[in-house]
Write a protein that binds this ligand. Sequence first.
Ligand SMILES: [Zn+2]
Length: 310
Amino acid sequence: MEEKMYFLMTNDVEHHSIQLNREDPNIPDQIYNVGLPRLLELLSKYDVLSTFYFTGMFAEQSPESIELVKEYGHEIGCHGYDHSPFRAFDSLKYKEQIIELQRAKDAIEAIGGRISSFRAPALRINNDTVRALIETGFKTDSSIASQRFDGPMSFGSKNKLGWLYAPRNPYNMSYDSPTKKGNSGVIEIPISAALIPYIGTTMRISPTINRVLQKFIFYEAAKTGKPVVFLFHPNECLDIHGKVVTTRRTSNNLEYIFADVIRHRLKLKNLGNSSLKLLEEVLKSAKEYGFEFVNSEEYRKVLQKEHIQR
Ligand SMILES: [Zn+2]
């Protein structure tokens, strides 16, 4: 029996400037005027319906961005309230997480209507997050990258070690741990990875590595029915302008040196139109391989229909 294969193209929309390596108040205008039109056009060309996870702050500053994405028929999801590393979900208590989630949800829903899909800023969540998601009415999460290993290259590295043991296929999350199966009713849709993450950044840093990784990810999907989840950002479609300044935090911490300086240099590769070209290659390959493009909410319904509560 032929099983359907699903590809979830997911986009995180936030204030982060890849060029400046920090939050930048000018980003929403650039994304609305340049990043989104470029990305939306490409998605239309391949009939891709996807999910755009917006931060609440972005929604407040650029409601027209949400309206534009909705016009193209994509799902709107939530990417937390802001993207501050100082208020990452894995550093917040249960009650604080509820406040952040509710604030973000209210801001986004005021423009785009009801939402049910969540992805945490910087993919940082902890053992309180599943309950906080239930409390605020979210039905899916996509913050776990099963078997992705960042070493010191990512913030919140310690919590992310749990990714190594997380199930690969989508699963009903445990109340007590986002990386374990349970019966909370919140479905985790893990971001594709095999030590290396299947995301825009990998694609831009090394198109060759990404092609090899993709081969495995596609093969696995065909073999096991696991959906492919690719993570991208409209700010990757922005060109670099002017001088690039590598911000360096005043810290001797090794984590900062790796995550900030080295990672930043790499992350500047293939931005703008080169990024779009590489993304087009990804979408084209997925289409040729026989994937059906769905958003997170549709995928949750597919699971429910199949009575798969993995
Ligand atoms: Zn983000």
